[in-house]
Structures are given as C-alpha cells and as structure tokens.
Design a protein around this ligand. Structure first.
Ligand SMILES: *Cc1c(COP(=O)(O)O)cnc(C)c1O
Length: 366
C-alpha cells in the first residue's frame, strides 16, 4: 500500500459535520473579515498557548514581517535567522528594511542554539528569528538570555510542548513574540491561507493590531505605514473547529515518531528532540549520507519521501548578497543529508511499519 508524505484529509474526516456547520454560521452571520469568529479564535488560541494575546493575520510570512515591525525593526537593523529553514523565515526580513544575518543550526535537532545565535550577533542586531523547525522546540529562553528579543517562527510547531522550570509550555508563548501559519498542511491548518501573531505584552499586541490594519487604530486616522493582513471569518471558524483536536493530533504525531525511532534507530540518523521538548512532528525528518538514493528507492516503493531544504536559504540567489563570510557547517550537513518520510496525525502503526521496512530494505540493498 502506498503511504503519502502527509495526509491532511483523514484527520479532518470526523469533523465534517462541525466544519459544515461553522461555514454555514459564517454565511448566516454576514461578517466576513475580522468579525466575531476571528475574535473568538484569537481568544481561544491565546488561551490554548498560554500566551496573553493572539492576533489573526493573513499568513505566516506576513506574520513574521509584522512581528518584526512591531518590535521596531527597520532600516539599518540586522535580524538573525537560521539558514536551514523554509525560505519565508528569512524572506520576511527585507520588507522591514532590515537585513538578514544567517546563523547555523545543530544538525541533530535542526534548530538554532544559543551558541549559533551568539556567533551572529553584532551591535546592529535588533531581533532573532528562532524557527521551531519540523515541530522541534528551539531553546528560546537561552537565546533571550543573550539580551536580544526573540521572534518565534512557530509555523511548524503548533501542538508541540517543552518542559521548562516554569512547567510545560508551548511554542508561541516562549519568547517576546511569536508567529504561526495556518496554511492547510500545517499542524493546525485552515482551508486557505491564515496566520497569527502571539505575545504577552499588551502594548506590543496593540502595535500588531494597528499594523495588520493599514497602520490605523480606529480606521479613521493612520499612525503608521501598515499592511492589509487579516484573517477572514471563514478560516477562523474552520480553525475553531479544529483547535480542540490539536492536542490529540499532536499525540498521534508523537506516537508515530516514537514508532519510527524504535524501528530505525541505528539505521538512519533520527531527529533529536531538544532538551525537554515533545515535538508534534510537522515533518518527520531523518538524515542519511545517501538521502537522495533513499528518497528514490522509497518513491519507487510508493512511499512519500522528499528533502525540503536541500539548498540552504543563504545560498539561494536573492539572499546571496547577505550570505555570511563564515561557514555554516551544521546547516550544510543538515541540508545535504535530511529527508522527510511520511508523517500525519492519521499515520497508523501499519503504515509506519511499512515505511520503516522500506527504509531498511532500501539501505540494505546498497
Ligand atoms: C509555512 C512556513 C512559513 C510561512 O507561512 P505561510 O502561511 O505559508 O506564509 C514561515 N516559516 C515556516 C518555518 C514555515 O514552515
């Protein structure tokens, strides 16, 4: 049986009636942008995360740009960002007028560390974008202890948790400000584009609300050059139906990851959770020296497998002008060897067994 790389449909199947009712509620309500559904979702999402405030925006990329602007990032500033991430983590920086400064990752966790961030800091550093890549949880507190505000790019980490000295906490409530994407394939996905910004500070939340609506606080006077970046009512209503399922979906991802780890330990390099983290694997990403040969063999066997970031962001042509003068060895290693294998909240034990067996036989056939 083929096993797809991800399956956004099956986990939502039991929610069909509730999703339909939510869509009808919006249709009957007659408010379509920034109305009661968005407001309710913002309250529910902030409560779920343990964040003070959540503000719905149009997508996860604009969420990062707006979060940076709300922190006061602008021309002349530098923003540290990992190079091993989705392109948008860095693409969101130049529109603020600031420039990206690329830092390395630990190839085992595929996340930044306090050391890799520290190496990229200069007197011009205004913020650090910390990506919770693949659902793993980067060490935000250690990085904020360096004295620079952290923007958590939590687009891939909805449902993940981390045990800290203050108890179990969630990405989105670890740093100064955080961003989410509700692109349909994310752990919490809408039926189109959507995003959110979360933070503890009320004044910062107010700046975000102003920026998302054209730089206006009252829709009459304009205090800033802002954005038209809003979450719509339909997406918010759809997200509200799914949010109560997020922890169960996360547990299913954790369990599937545990089955892979048990079956593939010693065969491939497994993704390592950061200290205290319980990653709700958005993607389950293994590493192997012959990742491309493995990907080809799995694809031939009907199993979804693909690298996501084979070329690091700083080596893509539009970013080369900001490429660091020093090497990023962890990035190079992760980029060369990583491979995503099937992961979803609906992945069964039979499926993870089938994938694991196919990985073993592909590598044994070398
Ligand atoms: C998806 C994603 C984004 C961008 O989100 P969009 O909603 O697609 O704009 C940013 N960063 C990371 C790490 C992502 O995975």
């Amino acid at each position: 049986m083929p096993v797809p790389l991800f399956d956004p449909t099956s986990p939502r199947a039991p929610l069909r009636a509730d999703l339909r009712a939510a869509v009808h509620r919006v249709l009957d309500g007659g408010a379509f942008v920034l109305g009661p559904e968005v407001e309710a979702f913002e309250t529910e999402f902030a409560a779920y995360l343990g964040a003070g405030h959540a503000i719905g925006v149009a997508n996860g990329t604009e969420a990062i740009t707006i979060a940076l602007r709300a922190l006061g990032v602008g021309p002349g500033d530098e923003v540290v960002v990992p190079s091993f991430t989705f392109w948008a983590s860095a693409e969101a920086i130049p529109p603020t007028g600031a420039v990206p400064v690329f830092c390395d990752v630990d190839p085992d966790t595929m996340c930044v560390t306090a050391e890799t961030v520290k190496a990229a800091l200069t007197p011009k550093t205004k913020a650090v974008i910390v990506v919770h890549l693949f659902g793993n949880v980067a060490p935000v507190a250690e990085i904020e202890a360096l004295g620079v505000p952290v923007v958590e790019d939590a687009a891939q980490a909805a449902g993940s948790t981390i045990a800290t000295a203050d108890g179990v906490r969630r990405p989105g409530a670890l740093g100064t400000i955080a961003t989410f994407s509700f692109y349909p394939s994310k752990n919490l996905g809408a039926f189109g584009d959507g995003g959110a910004i979360t933070c503890a500070d009320a004044a910062l939340a107010d700046r975000v609300r102003t920026l998302r609506f054209h730089g206006s606080e009252d829709k009459v006077d304009y205090v800033d050059i802002g954005y038209n970046s809003r979450l719509d009512e339909l997406q918010a209503a759809i997200l509200r139906v799914q949010l109560p399922q997020l922890d169960a979906w996360a547990a299913a991802r954790v369990a599937a990851g545990d089955r892979y780890a048990a079956a593939l330990d010693g065969i491939v390099t497994l993704p390592r959770a950061t200290a205290g983290a319980r990653p709700a694997w958005h993607l389950y990403v293994i590493r192997h020296a012959e990742a491309d040969r493995l990907a080809a063999a799995l694809t031939d066997a009907g199993i979804g497998a693909r690298p996501y970031y084979r070329t690091p962001v700083h080596e893509q042509p539009p970013m080369r002008q900001w490429a660091p003068s020093y090497a990023l060895p962890g990035t190079a290693e992760a980029a060369r060897t990583h491979l995503a294998i099937p992961m979803s909240a609906a992945l069964t034990a039979a499926q993870t067994d089938e994938v694991s067996t196919a990985v073993r036989s592909a590598l044994a056939a070398a």
